[in-house]
Design a protein around this ligand. Sequence first.
Ligand code: 6PG
Length: 224
Amino acid sequence: MTDVEFRIEDDAEAAADVCARVLADAAGDVALTGGSTPERAYELAAELRRDWSSVTFWWGDERCVPPDHEWSNYGMAKRSLLDRVERVGEVKRIEGELGADEAAERYDRALRGVTLDLVLLGLGSDGHAASLFPHASGLRERERLAIPAEAKLEPFVDRVTTTIPALGATPLLVWLVAGEGKADAVRRAFVDPPDEATPASLIRSKNGRTVAILDRGAARLLGS
Ligand code: 6PG
């Protein structure tokens, strides 16, 4: 038994399309994710909706690079979504260029009193989500909403990540995962018992819905 609702699509494009529709319906405080998988979903979301003025954009994590750097999670969302639409609301990016400690402190302060209305997350093949990596001490953080983090996968730059309490407070937590290379991580994250070896298994909406949008490849080991 699992508390996660699955939405399984034929391929990555169809999964991106479902995710784009969820984003395009959103209002309020929305946290985007980085990585490569969501890029197509952001492009499709930009086509679906021109006016995003009712959305305040946040990020689940960031790499400590300038915003225009190719590794910037903000930069990816800017190119694929924000720059492609007519109106955006507030943009609360993580200022990774300030260094992990200061950027995390500022983001923690910015997030105080905010409940994210929608959180989008991706899943690493090692089971990480945002920049919460396997066995990291940050997995036990209960007070701070954003913390500095060390990368355990490429790109190896310092990170800032939101924490399990910040992510879990959302009423709608949506995962977008595609590709067979993620199938084992999907099983560990969404079916197996929670374990610090698979950070994603610890991240659920506490009082709302957790939805996993998967393609067939990523879903291959579900139920086995
Ligand atoms: C990051 C991400 C990270 C990402 C996963 C999946 O900053 O790297 O936010 O948590 O979502 O690593 O990334 P891919 O979509 O590239 O596989």
